[in-house]
Ligand binder design. Structure first.
Ligand SMILES: [Zn+2]
Length: 419
């Protein structure tokens, strides 16, 4: 199957240049980018009318199924939000609830130009099924305390060979929710698999103080002392790292996922992104779950990444808009190990979005990349393509399922969990 996009502006994200030309997709991958394609006749030609093609966003930290808690648990600090609202609702889960709820969240990803997510949640087979059926990439991080280590090892070894849509990372939810013995077992597994470990880390001052009270060390230092990060790590939030911990991140290859909307809404703190960049750490962007965010919107995240740095440093020049766009695409892909869909390039997977430059908020055209970060919203996403398949075009889903049935099922489950 050959799909040709013509009359396109193309921002490959290999650098900040935008070219005007054509892009050919052959089956799952990009086969040509240039001024004019002259090869075999395409099966389908899409006239982009000057709109922009760019790589899809990668949501580097999410709990997709938590759409059930969207606007059902607001205006509380993290500890009360988690222990008093979220955990009691999650206790009522039936087996396939996560499958249906994940599908509902994936629709929001697809309509917002997100071509890959990283889902930290329970019931791995249900997340795999939902992601594969809707055709989105998902890097799954399972953290159920009762799951045997053998099952995590098995998931790691099998899901990372399953195909291009699904991959798997070793993780724990957080230091404060995981007994020390379990952290040691996970560390042993990570060392055996030579794998990085992903977790919520340094999210609140409460968490940091708790770890100091329990173990006499800050969280990164404590977990590193158990050998958890010998093959790297992925730290979600990372609002409160000491200079000593930043040094450990650098030495051990711990990458950062900033989730500014969730942190701001729960008043958890501001991730010092520019300080991490200065220290050479890789930065990705995530939405976290809809229970704390409440939307799954990378445009909102990008805007906040930039303005929160500017505001907290009282320096408007501290964070450049293009660098933030790079974090949400290339940076997130790097953190998630999605190196075959990070940029638009011949041979890479065709995980492409089209930005509607004729949307009022994109006009007139000045600096398109900065326009996306500072004036963009999900409304400007005209198309989402994953592995060469168009899943969304002109505000319509092109999936093998009835969207209203997905919403209906998610509503029924949500009503039961809240009841
Ligand atoms: Zn989270």
């Amino acid at each position: 199957m050959l799909t040709l996009f013509k009359n396109a502006r193309i921002l490959s994200m290999q650098d900040d240049k935008i070219i005007f030309g054509e892009l050919l997709v052959k089956d799952e991958r990009i086969a040509f980018i240039g001024e004019h394609y002259q090869g075999e006749k395409p099966d389908k030609t899409i006239d982009c009318e000057g709109n922009l093609l760019m790589p899809g966003f990668k949501n580097a930290h999410a709990h997709t199924a938590m759409v059930f808690a969207r606007s059902a648990s607001d205006d509380l600090p993290l500890h009360n939000w988690l222990f008093d609202c979220i955990f009691p609702m999650e206790e009522k889960f039936k087996k396939d609830d996560i499958y249906h709820l994940t599908k509902c969240g994936i629709l929001e990803y697809i309509s917002g130009g997100i071509t890959a997510a990283s889902d930290m949640y329970f019931e791995v087979p249900e997340i795999v099924k939902a992601s594969e059926e809707l055709g989105i990439k998902n890097v799954i991080v399972a953290t159920k305390l009762s799951e045997p280590i053998e099952s995590i090892r098995n998931n790691y070894l099998t899901l990372n060979k399953k195909g291009s849509l699904i991959s798997y990372m070793v993780g724990i939810h957080a230091e404060y929710t995981t007994p020390k013995e379990r952290i040691i077992d996970i560390a042993k597994l990570a060392n055996e698999l030579k794998a990085p470990v992903a977790l919520h880390l340094g999210e609140t001052e409460h968490e940091v103080q708790g770890c100091i009270d329990r173990y006499g060390m800050t969280p990164v230092k404590f977990l590193d002392s158990l050998g958890l990060f010998n093959y790297g790590g992925v730290a979600y939030h990372a609002n409160y790292f000491t200079d000593e911990e930043i040094k450990i991140c650098k030495e051990k290859g711990i990458k950062i996922v900033t989730c500014p909307a969730s942190n701001a809404k729960l008043a958890s703190g501001i991730c010092p992104v520019s300080k991490y960049v200065e220290n050479g750490l890789t930065i990705a962007v995530g939405t976290d779950g809809a229970g704390s965010n409440n939307s799954l919107d990378m445009f909102k995240e990008m805007y906040l990444v930039s303005v929160l740095q500017k505001l907290s440093h009282k320096d408007a020049s501290i964070m450049d808009g293009f660098d933030v766009l790079k974090m949400a695409t290339v940076g997130s892909a790097k953190v998630l190990g999605l190196n075959e869909c990070d940029v638009l390039k011949e041979g890479k997977y065709a995980d492409i979005i089209m930005i509607d430059l004729k949307s009022p908020s994109m006009q007139p055209l000045n600096n398109i990349a900065k326009n996306i970060v500072y004036a963009g919203s999900k409304d400007i996403v005209k198309m989402t393509m994953i592995n060469g398949k168009i899943l969304y075009f002109d505000h319509k889903f092109y999936i093998d399922e009835d969207v209203n049935e997905i919403y209906k099922k998610a509503q029924e489950i949500t009503n039961r969990l809240r009841g």
